[in-house]
Design a protein around this ligand. Structure first.
Ligand code: JFZ
Length: 479
């Protein structure tokens, strides 16, 4: 048999493609096997593109993709779903949150009735976006689907969605548009675990409406189809924030596949570490085999920062629950929330602060008040948060430290009795002043003990007064 030139070229291309390593996402854009065939001058159409393994991204490419997240530091979490209808009350208890179906073991046939009552006529997406922006938040992560399985958008994959309610509008589209109008990135929280879908493998005994057998090979395509809708109809998105990964049906391998699937839909999207199985409980950071772009400490800020290139975001509630609870009375103070934000930034991390709106579509007044307090602080001090990196020295007793280029920012929570801050640092300070009043100079002196900062007699902000140190040359931590 005589091989024609084109056959030889095709065989050569096939041999090259077979020998090539898996295509990797590279800064110059994905390398596709088809390019190999074209490079060989084959006259036949390019080979189907090899799937890209986005987990093989270089540290430099990842740093570029993470840059906005690493700069912005502060976002709003919104937990909004049918659980806002009972608002924490079921039977003789009133302390439930978004887990009410599970914790109260509500028969799903009963839970479905909440859809008939979910009609957020007071929902105003612009008001929500404006409150986030005015608080100094740079992105919003909205629950598209929590563990209850209810889709907040008009999905075509099931009728367990906003279309089952009297609302008649798409709140996801309205909030996505409002975020863009207000210059906020829009992102989704999406639960892998689904207490409603009949194919989710750990079906609950109180799911009295599910029929047929559980089957993850049916559930995963369903979940991917919904995720495709979310990325294609409401994107570009900042983050796909997965959760609900801890049950046995979910595996590391399925996490890698889902990570690559979502990145294939939007290559520069960020995905948290709950897409895989690496998260170590509430501490939220990966232990062992992990997948995802950033760690997710929950209700806590880690004790210290992490090595360069380790990204993380602490998520917290303002009260006890993520979903709205009408009797919530354990609200964190605005001071505590501002300190959490500063604490996270001082360790090189982000802070994702939650609001649980009511079934009418309103933020609780306690949340509104705290957002306004945080906004007043950020209006004066945001340069000490945005674009900063972790403190060069250990956490001091009096507050926290952030840094940015030739600036150190001293966030004073509690002034020492003698009014002196002694930082174990060697630094050449050009200027030192209060961010709240840049005309008010602050005295510093380099001593053998370190850099001494003399505080003014009264500090302008009882929650956190920030002193800016403009330095020249290296800043060296002293032992
Ligand atoms: C999860 C959700 O269950 C919760 O409703 C909320 O959305 C939060 C942001 O994320 O909460 C969890 C889930 C698992 C663990 C901790 C908190 N865990 O395994 O330690």
């Amino acid at each position: 048999m005589t091989l024609r030139r084109t056959d030889c070229l095709l065989l050569a291309a096939l041999a090259l493609a077979a020998a090539a390593p898996p295509a990797r996402a590279q800064s110059a854009g994905p390398v596709q096997a088809g390019a190999t065939a074209r490079a060989a001058g084959a006259l036949t159409p390019a080979l189907p593109a090899a799937p890209i393994d986005y987990t093989q991204e270089s540290a430099e490419d990842k740093a570029r993709r993470m840059a906005w997240f690493n700069h912005d530091r502060f976002g709003m979490f919104i937990h909004w779903g049918l659980y806002a209808v009972p608002a924490g009350a079921w039977g003789d208890r009133t302390d439930y949150g978004e887990w009410i179906m599970e914790q109260a073991r509500i028969p799903v046939s009963e839970y479905e009735k909440f859809a008939d009552q979910f009609n957020p006529t007071k929902f105003d997406a612009d008001a929500w976006a404006r409150m986030a922006k005015d608080a100094g938040m740079k992105y919003i992560v909205l629950t598209s689907k929590h563990h209850e399985g209810f889709a907040l958008w008009p999905t075509k994959q099931s009728d367990w969605s906003i279309e089952r309610t009297p609302f008649g509008r798409d709140p996801v589209a309205e909030l996505a548009a409002a975020c863009r109008r207000h210059g906020l990135r829009f992102a989704f929280y999406h639960s892998i675990m689904d207490w409603y879908h009949p194919a989710w493998e750990t079906r609950r005994a109180w799911n009295d409406v599910a029929t047929g057998s559980t089957n993850m090979e049916e559930y995963i395509p369903f979940m991917k189809a919904q995720l495709k809708e979310l990325v294609e109809n409401y994107g570009p998105l900042g983050i796909m924030w997965f959760d609900g990964e801890w049950e046995s049906p979910w595996t590391h391998e399925r996490g890698v596949d889902l990570y690559n699937y979502v990145r294939s839909l939007q290559p520069d999207i960020l995905i948290n570490n709950r897409v895989g199985k690496g998260r170590a409980g509430m501490s939220g950071m990966d232990q062992g085999q992990g997948v995802g772009d950033f760690g997710t400490p929950e209700q806590e800020v880690p004790g210290t920062g992490f090595a360069p290139g380790v990204y993380w975001e602490s998520c917290m509630t303002m009260g006890d629950t993520w979903g709205y609870n009408a009797t919530e009375d354990n609200w964190k103070s605005s001071r505590q929330l501002i300190h959490h934000l500063i604490d996270a930034a001082s360790k090189g991390g982000n802070y994702l602060l939650n609001v649980g709106p009511t079934a009418e579509g309103l933020f609780p007044q306690e949340s509104i008040d705290r957002l306004a307090d945080i906004g007043r602080w950020m209006k004066v001090n945001s340069e000490a948060i945005y674009g900063t990196t972790a403190s060069p020295i250990a956490t001091p007793a009096w507050g926290r430290i952030t840094q940015k280029r030739d600036r150190l920012y001293l966030h004073v929570f509690d002034a020492p009795a003698d009014g002196q801050l002694v930082l174990p640092l060697q630094a050449n300070v050009r200027r030192a002043y209060l961010l709240a009043d840049r005309r008010q100079a602050v005295t510093t002196a380099q001593t053998p003990a370190g850099l001494t900062v003399t505080l003014p007699a009264s500090l302008p902000d009882a929650d956190a007064t920030v002193i800016a140190l403009e330095t020249r040359g290296a800043v060296t931590a002293l032992d």
